[in-house]
Design a protein around this ligand. Sequence first.
Ligand SMILES: Nc1ncnc2c1ncn2[C@@H]1O[C@H](COP(=O)(O)OP(=O)(O)OP(=O)(O)O)[C@@H](O)[C@H]1O
Ligand SMILES: [Mg+2]
Length: 230
Amino acid sequence: MISTGAGGLDELLNGGLLAENMHLVFGEAESGKTTLAIQCAVNCARIGYKTIYIDTEGTFSPKRLAQIASENVEEIASCIILARPSTFREQGAILDKLDEYVTEKVGLIVVDTVTALYSSELGGEKKKTFKLNRELSRQMAYLAQIIKGHKVPALITSQVRSVFIADEISVEPPARRVLDFWSDVVISLRFTSQSGVVRAVLEKHPRRLLPQSCFLRIGQEGIVDYKYVG
Ligand SMILES: Nc1ncnc2c1ncn2[C@@H]1O[C@H](COP(=O)(O)OP(=O)(O)OP(=O)(O)O)[C@@H](O)[C@H]1O
Ligand SMILES: [Mg+2]
């Protein structure tokens, strides 16, 4: 079990990131996905385990890691194995090799984000959707198999795009059905009227009644609980 570092969010998750479970976190740009992913990697390091961190947007930064870790930064940094695919195919190739890298020292696998390279490969070409969804599904199936075999949790993130649902504009991740199918736990991060404060909504969980949510504040030191007075 890996703590997210925010008590309210851990509570929502029945304790934190659970081994063998795929956790999907989605939200708009700047909603805190990367901050949360780095914070989970820091907490994983604090209990003595390594994180395999697949950074598809080049947004993992040592500076942000240092802010969130605040102490023992070098030791914590040495626990993070960074991979930076630049195409969707490369992302698949890295996932295919995971079995070689996931030793008993690894406690978490992060993919931030799982859909950025998918989306850039798709461009605007709808005809590619079927093929790309099949490849995304293959990658997710393989990751699911790895986390079950090695008994570690996975944290995957996705940005959202606007979609029309019953004449209303809503936001959801691309290939939502594929991601939902393979995710055991789904959390969306939504902006609130207060700057720097997001609401984390639990949208799927095997052992919790839904929907439930908590408020989080994103700052220099990472993500912390927030008591919302709306
Ligand atoms: N050093 C910092 N001090 C304070 N706030 C920061 C710092 N670094 C980032 N933030 C803020 O944290 C918020 C969340 O950023 P984060 O990168 O985690 O979002 P994200 O959901 O990953 O966005 P994206 O989809 O663009 O990757 C942003 O508002 C950002 O400005
Ligand atoms: Mg990000």
